[in-house]
Design a protein. Structure first.
Length: 461
C-alpha cells in the first residue's frame, strides 16, 4: 500500500491517484486498489472501479427465561447466591450468563440470528450448571429448581477432641502451668499442635481431618502432650490426665543437632555468597524442621529438644541444604561446607616483588703462616777430635762431637734436631710445600754435619 484516500458523496464517490512513477529500477509498476470492509455491503473491484452491493441483515431473535425456586423460600438455607444459565444453538453452547436475585433471577440473550449461513433456522435451548441439593427442570426457556432432601453424604473427614484433667488438689502446690501443648499425630507423625489453657476449660479439638491417606488407607490419629514439670501424664483415648507428684519425674532425654556453615570462597572474593541459606533437619531421612541461617548468627544453626527415640527405635538425625548457586555442598557430620565453583577464571593477584637479597658477607682472608725458624747450622771445630756420633732416631736426632783429640783440644759442640714422625695435615687454603722443603733441608744439613765429622776423624788418624 502506497496511498490511501477517503471517498464520499462530495467527490461524487470518485477518486484518483496522480504523479505515480511508471517504473522501478527499469521495471514497470503494477497498480491495484482495495477497499476497507463496508458494513452490510459486499465489495467487487473491476480494474480501478469498485461496486458495493447491500446485503440485507438476517432476522434476529431473543431468548428470555425465568428461574423459579421450589424450596419453601430457602427454608433449608441451601439456595446459592447465583446460578449459570447456558444458551445452546443447535445443541452447542454459544453464550453463558450468571443469574442472581439482583435481576429477579431472570436472563435474556438478545440479537440472536434466526438462521445459519445456509439459511436454515437455528434451534435455541437453555441449560443450567448443576446446583447442589437441587433438582433442575427446564420448560421452554424457563428453569425450575426444587430442593431435594437427601441423607447427608458420609463425611470424608473426622474430628479429634479431648480434655485435660488435673489431679493436684485444685493446684494445692501451685505448680500447675498456665498452658499445655497437645500434639495431634497421624500414623505416629505430629501434624498439628494446640496450646490449651484454662480459658477454654482445658479442652482441645482438631477438625477437618482426612479419614484416609492418598493410598486410601485409614489414618490412625493419636495425641501426645509436651512435658509438664511435677506432673505424671496419662492418656486415655483423646483425653489427658495430669497427676501431681511430689518428686518430679526425670525430664526425658533429648538431643540437639547443631552445626556451622563453612564457606570456602576466599572470603567471598567472587561476591557470590548468598545472604541466607536454608538448612533442613531430617529424622530417619524425613524432613521435620527447617531453619534459615545467615551471617547474623555467624552461620550457626541449632535444632534442640529433639526426641532421641521413636518407640524403641533410636532416631537418626541428619541435615541437608537447599542448593546454593555457584557452590558445591558437602555435609561433614552436622557442618555444611560450601565450596565456590567459579564460572569464569578468577583474575590472579599481582605477584609480590621479592625483597632485595642480602649481600653475602666477604669471607675472611686466610692468615699468612709465619716463617719457620731457621735451623741452626753445626759449628765446625777448628781441629777434629776423636769421638762418636749417634745415628739419628725416628723422632729426635742428637749429634755429639767428641771433646778430645789426639792432637788438638776443641770446644764441645752439641746440636739437637727435633722433628715429629707424624706429618701435619695442611689447613684449608694452606700451601704445605714449604714444610716438605724444610724437612728435606734439615736432613741434608744433618748428613752434611755427620760427613764433616767423619772426614775430620779420618784426617786425625
Amino acid at each position: 500500500m502506497v496511498q490511501t484516500k477517503t471517498v464520499n458523496a462530495a467527490s461524487q464517490w470518485q477518486y484518483s491517484f496522480t504523479n505515480l512513477p511508471k517504473t522501478d529500477q527499469g521495471k514497470a509498476i503494477t497498480y491495484t486498489i482495495s477497499e476497507a470492509p463496508v458494513a452490510n455491503y459486499t465489495t467487487k473491484i473491476n480494474g480501478y472501479n469498485i461496486t458495493n452491493t447491500h446485503v440485507s441483515q438476517p432476522a434476529t431473535t431473543t431468548v428470555s427465561g425465568q428461574k423459579t425456586w421450589s424450596d419453601t423460600n430457602n427454608q433449608a438455607g441451601q439456595r446459592p447466591d447465583s446460578i449459570k444459565v447456558n444458551l445452546l444453538a443447535n445443541g452447542k453452547v454459544v453464550q453463558t450468563k450468571t443469574v442472581t436475585a439482583t435481576n429477579q433471577w431472570q436472563y435474556h440473550f438478545t440479537n440472536l440470528p434466526k438462521t445459519d449461513d445456509q439459511g436454515k433456522a437455528i434451534v435455541y435451548t437453555v441449560s443450567e450448571d448443576p446446583v447442589t441439593n437441587y433438582a433442575t427442570k427446564i420448560n421452554g426457556y424457563n428453569i425450575t429448581n426444587t430442593f431435594v432432601t437427601t441423607p447427608p453424604t458420609k463425611p470424608t473427614t473426622t474430628t479429634v477432641a479431648g480434655h485435660k484433667t488435673w489431679i493436684d488438689g485444685a493446684d494445692q502446690f501451685q505448680q500447675r502451668p498456665t498452658s499445655i501443648q497437645v500434639n495431634l499425630l497421624a500414623n505416629g507423625q505430629v501434624v498439628q499442635t494446640k496450646t490449651v489453657t484454662a480459658q477454654n476449660n482445658w479442652q482441645y479439638e482438631f477438625t477437618n481431618l482426612p479419614k484416609v491417606d492418598q493410598a486410601g488407607q485409614t489414618i490412625a490419629y493419636t495425641i501426645s502432650e509436651n512435658y509438664v514439670p511435677y506432673y505424671q501424664t496419662d492418656i486415655n483415648g483423646y483425653n489427658i490426665t495430669n497427676t501431681y507428684i511430689l518428686v518430679p519425674p526425670t525430664k526425658p532425654i533429648t538431643a540437639t543437632v547443631s552445626g556451622n556453615k563453612i564457606w570456602q570462597d576466599q572470603g567471598n572474593a567472587a561476591n557470590q555468597r548468598p545472604d541466607a541459606i536454608t538448612i533442613h533437619l531430617l529424622a530417619n531421612g524425613r524432613v521435620i524442621k527447617s531453619k534459615q541461617v545467615t551471617a547474623a548468627d555467624n552461620w550457626h544453626y541449632e535444632f534442640s529438644n529433639l526426641p532421641l527415640k521413636q518407640g524403641n527405635q533410636t532416631i537418626v538425625y541428619t541435615v541437608s541444604e537447599d542448593k546454593v548457586p555457584h557452590y558445591t555442598s558437602q555435609v561433614d557430620g552436622s557442618d555444611v561446607i560450601n565450596t565456590y565453583v567459579p564460572t569464569t577464571p578468577v583474575q590472579p593477584s599481582q605477584p609480590q616483588v621479592p625483597q632485595k637479597p642480602d649481600v653475602p658477607q666477604q669471607p675472611d682472608v686466610p692468615t699468612t703462616p709465619t716463617d719457620p725458624n731457621q735451623p741452626l747450622l753445626p759449628i765446625t771445630p777448628s781441629d777434629p777430635q776423636p769421638g762418636t756420633a749417634t745415628t739419628p732416631g725416628a723422632s729426635t736426632t742428637t749429634g755429639t762431637v767428641p771433646t778430645e783429640s789426639k792432637h788438638h783440644l776443641i770446644p764441645v759442640s752439641t746440636e739437637t734436631i727435633t722433628g715429629s714422625s707424624k706429618q701435619l695435615l695442611p689447613q684449608t687454603g694452606e700451601d704445605h710445600s714449604w714444610s716438605k722443603g724444610l724437612s728435606i733441608l734439615g736432613f741434608v744439613l744433618l748428613f752434611s754435619a755427620l760427613g764433616i765429622v767423619s772426614y775430620k776423624k779420618l784426617k786425625v788418624k
